[in-house]
Design a protein around this ligand. Structure first.
Ligand code: SF4
Length: 419
């Protein structure tokens, strides 16, 4: 899957035996107000070659133990006083949450609903949730049966993110992604019939061997399904993935940079014409349908994580739950065992505010940018942003700094200099 949790190593030394409860002791009492919860389900039925998320094919049937441990962790978060709520967003990602056996998926979701102080949902005249809790679950199209769709809706889930990636069998094969493109339409139909109205489709462009016409037809087919949100990512070659190994072995050639840029430009044009607003470099939504959970990350807000490998951030303290199911299950602590515990200093936080906030299409207020450029790295950051303005990659609009359309293509390069 692609959404749900911002990736990246958090840094800081591993101190053995630490738990999330200890991390919280570093937070000033009463200062935290966790607004979102991320739940990581690590199981998949096949490992896609481009994937660097903590996910695997489990040969030991640890799904029941996982659900039991996860709910214990949710109880512990309540007991620690950090999950007092109201929780505005829940994002269950992975892995493939809908690969959990139906009875376990139901136990997980209803158990979370019972334990977490979730914000109530307000519905409009058409029954559509207009305010309150946003609860997203990621799904692989092959796993969405009528039973799974019913479990999601009856548990309170009101948004589903479907991993499509491509509608072309040959490109899915290149990614070692195992699903039949026809299953996407079936999954969407089942979800809608069950009552899910908010749908995201994840797509990947820049797949080796793909053409601009094929990408354009992927966008067409996605739009025909009527989603209110699309995430369109360029394929990246993460270290230690099978895809990167195959590239190094010259089993294929990476997509040409100019072609990938043309695919991105095509995305901007097509989705704008279809009534989508680009609100982040890779994310597009119908008005009012941006993913509020992911916005918490980009706004550097506080969130909690449950499950192995989930990352949490509470009042400038952050950590990562251990990314090993066996260690996570074996821990005697009620909260998760963690690693990479770090108190983020002002200078690091300033860099992250720039790096995350400028990914948003609305950019950042100039006053925030100025504040983030006052520390030891301030002059360097200012110079990088001034150079981007000079090159036409950034612009000031109504006292906000943001990327221009041309700059979006080079945003990663610019942001690497300001972080
Ligand atoms: S479905 Fe594929 S991309 Fe998604 S988490 Fe599993 S292995 Fe990774």
């Amino acid at each position: 899957m692609l959404g749900g949790q911002m990736g990246g190593q958090l840094g800081g030394p591993l101190e053995r035996g630490q738990t999330a409860a200890e991390a919280l002791r570093r937070v000033a009492p009463g200062s935290a107000r966790v607004r979102g919860v991320y739940v990581h389900v690590p199981f998949c039925f096949h490992k896609c070659h481009y994937c660097d998320f903590y996910s695997f094919v489990d040969r030991e049937d640890r799904q029941p133990a996982y659900v039991h441990r996860l709910l214990r962790e949710a109880d512990a978060g309540r007991a620690a006083g950090v999950l007092d709520g109201p929780i505005e967003t829940v994002f269950v990602g992975g892995g493939t949450p809908t690969f959990l056996r139906p009875e376990l998926l139901r136990a997980l979701l209803t158990g979370l609903a019972e334990r977490l102080p979730l914000q109530p949902v307000t519905r409009g005249p058409d029954g559509r949730p207009v305010a309150g809790l946003e609860w997203t679950v990621e799904a692989n199209p092959e796993t969405v049966t009528d039973e799974v769709a019913e479990i999601l809706v009856s548990s309170g889930v009101n948004r589903v993110s479907v991993g499509v990636q491509s509608f072309h069998p040959a490109h899915l094969k290149t990614l070692e992604r195992w699903h039949d493109p026809a299953s996407v339409g079936r999954a969407v139909e089942r979800l809608r019939r069950a009552g899910i109205r908010r749908l995201n489709l994840d797509l990947i462009f820049g797949i080796p061997g793909s053409t601009l016409a094929e990408w354009s037809s992927d966008l067409d087919r996605a739009l025909e399904l009527g989603p209110d949100h699309l995430s369109c990512y360029g394929l990246t070659y993460e270290p230690n993935t099978a895809m990167t190994k195959r590239l190094e072995l010259k089993q294929f050639e990476a997509c040409d940079e100019d072609l990938e840029a043309a695919m991105y430009e095509c995305t901007l044009d097509r989705l704008e014409a279809a009534g989508f607003e680009q609100y982040e470099i890779s994310n597009f939504a119908k008005p009012g349908e941006a993913c509020r959970h992911n916005l918490l990350y980009w706004h550097n807000a506080d969130w909690w994580s449950l499950g192995p490998s989930g990352s949490a951030h509470v009042q400038g303290v952050r950590w990562k739950n251990v990314p090993r199911l066996s260690a996570w299950l074996a821990s005697e602590s009620a909260t998760s065992p963690i690693q990479d515990l770090e108190k983020v200093d002002e200078e690091t936080r300033a860099g992250e505010i720039l790096m995350l906030g400028l990914r948003l299409r609305e950019g950042l207020p100039q006053s925030t940018v100025d504040r983030c450029c006052q520390g030891p790295r301030g002059a360097e950051r200012q110079a990088a942003l001034a150079a981007a303005l000079e090159r036409g990659l950034m612009e000031r609009v109504a006292d906000r700094l943001r990327f221009t359309r041309a700059g979006l293509l080079l945003a990663d390069e610019v942001l690497a200099e300001v972080v």
